[in-house]
Design a protein around this ligand. Structure first.
Ligand code: AVJ
Length: 322
């Protein structure tokens, strides 16, 4: 029998409070911006899963290729008993790691960490069939805030996959890596997925697919604000825009107002005006260079011991130790 424990570190209303604060800050700033965290309600999570299967969106397949080739080596190098997964999302890549740790004979415990309790419970149940006897210790937490609550004991491998670290600006990445290092014990490891700088046309296509799935994913954040804050955004009055910033080497997703309009957000007591063509930034997705990843890890205290890419060199995975 799989044992499942769920530990909730989110105070009641934590996400609502964080959403209100971000909306108040971001929609009164110039230029306007929102955090990408708000994309992921049930519909947004479904759309993201659909994105990962798009022909243009290579990162998921590239990272899976690396894990398929190297999970055994990762299990052997880390000797980890516990797999901690930050932002656990869908579990197919997790399965590759768990299977390798089980073959190595070290696997004891899986610790998925996510803000969504329902996502955690879903992931835990999905693993039951393949891993009878695995202890699943799900942690409901905002890992931007609560890294200190990761369960201790045994050698731990912390996986932060999918290039989700690219949603953070460099200062936030530095703080995240420094904080994570501080909560780990000597011998614990970090497995970090990072999408790489490449031809801007390839990058832009990955965020502006022909079928329009990413456009729907982007606009979904307006529906989240409508539902959660009683706002009256008309998603059809905004256009999806994905662009490459060559200086900062990141993709930006924006929503461009198709007309002059004003939007009410009664639950935060806000009325926001958009001029025609004005853009709201909804996400940054930083792209990395191998030497940059090594430098950021080193600045956080980590010793990068392995660096792998997929055969086409599109995506990097690094294994570092505390
Ligand atoms: C889940 C943050 C890694 O930045 O590529 C996909 C999210 N946004 N398409 C990314 C996303 C638009 C994705 N991450």
């Amino acid at each position: 029998m799989t044992t499942l424990t769920i530990e909730n570190h989110l105070a009641a209303g934590h996400l609502e409070t964080a959403l209100r604060a971000d909306v108040l800050n971001g929609l009164t700033a110039t230029p306007k911006r929102l955090k990408p965290a708000w994309f992921y309600d049930a519909r947004g999570s479904e759309l993201f899963e659909e994105i990962t299967r798009l022909p243009e969106y290579y990162p998921t397949r590239a990272e899976r290729e690396i894990l398929t080739d190297h999970a055994g080596e990762i299990a052997a190098l880390t000797g980890a008993q516990t797999l901690v997964e930050l932002g656990s999302g869908s579990s197919d890549k997790t399965r590759l790691l768990l299977a390798a740790m089980r073959s190595a004979g070290t696997l004891r415990r899986y610790v998925p960490v996510d803000v969504s309790e329902s996502a955690l419970v879903g992931a835990a149940h999905a693993l039951r069939a393949d891993h009878p006897g695995l202890a699943v210790h799900a942690v409901v937490a905002d890992f931007g805030v609560h890294l200190g609550v990761l369960p201790r004991g045994g050698r731990r491998l912390v996986a932060f996959l999918g290039s989700t670290i690219g949603n953070l600006v460099p200062e936030e990445r530095a703080a995240f890596l420094h904080d994570l290092y501080g909560t780990l014990s000597p011998g614990d490891a970090l497995l970090l997925g990072t999408d790489l700088v490449k031809d801007p046309a390839v990058l832009v296509a990955a965020y502006d697919d022909a079928a329009g799935v990413t456009a729907r994913f982007n606009a979904n954040v307006l529906s989240v604000l409508n539902r959660e804050l009683g706002a009256d955004f008309d998603p059809a009055a905004f256009a999806h825009h994905a662009l490459w910033d060559p200086e900062r080497e990141w993709i930006e997703m924006r929503l461009r107002s198709l007309r002059q309009q004003s939007v009410k957000l009664p639950e935060v007591d806000l009325v926001v005006g958009f001029s025609e063509g004005e853009e709201l930034r909804t996400e940054i997705s930083a792209k990395f260079r191998p030497e940059g990843v090594r430098a950021e890890l080193a600045a956080g205290g980590f010793d990068q011991q392995r660096w792998w890419t997929d055969r086409a060199g599109r995506f990097g995975l690094s294994l570092s130790f505390r």
